[in-house]
Design a protein around this ligand. Structure first.
Ligand SMILES: [Zn+2]
Ligand SMILES: [Zn+2]
Length: 185
């Protein structure tokens, strides 16, 4: 019996160089670090030609993706909304403009009220949120996020919130990788 080759680990390696845990991490993630919830999130969907990010993880009974991290389990599209677009206000729903419940692309998600949902159910005889820009669906496109990141990098943030109709808090969060962390410029 050997010990794991990783210096800081006391795990048993049996017939391997690394313990089970580190062997698994190396194989799955290419390094020994446990990925952050955000990194794991981005390994769990496939991008379709129509732009939808289709969740590959677990689903709930209603057909929404479920994402679990640090003893929390939440709907995957709501998690995606939070890490890309910000906090979800109490009681608000996160709706799909693409009508695909498994989609976690933040650009296809918008915050809607329960009222929108009820009206829509009545109209369409199914549970879904109302579509449309009116709901503040897609304030930012991917290209505008890239543009904003470029301007932040160049320290040209003057007029940014007016130009893109976003708050200073949103700019701060984009700057510090609290929102849209994976978007590279
Ligand atoms: Zn180890
Ligand atoms: Zn979609």
């Amino acid at each position: 019996m050997n010990f794991c080759k990783l210096e800081t680990c006391n795990g048993k390696a049996w017939n391997n160089l690394y313990c089970e845990k580190h062997k698994y991490r190396l194989k799955k993630y290419g390094n020994f670090l446990l990925p952050s919830p955000q990194e794991r999130f981005h390994l769990k969907y496939k991008i379709e030609s129509n732009g939808c990010w289709i969740w590959l993880g677990g689903k709930n009974k209603s057909g929404y993706g479920i994402f679990s991290f640090s003893n929390i389990s939440m709907m995957a599209h709501r998690y995606s909304y939070q890490i890309h677009k910000g906090e979800i206000l109490t009681g608000m729903l996160i709706c799909h403009s693409c009508d695909n419940r498994l989609c976690v692309n933040p650009l296809h998600l918008f915050m809607g009220t329960n009222k929108d949902n009820v009206i829509d159910m009545f109209n369409k005889k199914r549970e879904n949120c109302r579509k449309g820009e009116k709901n503040g669906a897609s304030k930012l496109s991917l290209s505008s996020v890239q543009e904003i990141k470029k301007l932040i990098a160049l320290k040209k943030t003057r007029g940014l919130s007016k130009k893109y109709n976003i708050s200073r808090a949103t700019i701060y969060k984009i700057k510090h990788n609290i929102l849209w962390a994976e978007v590279k410029i």
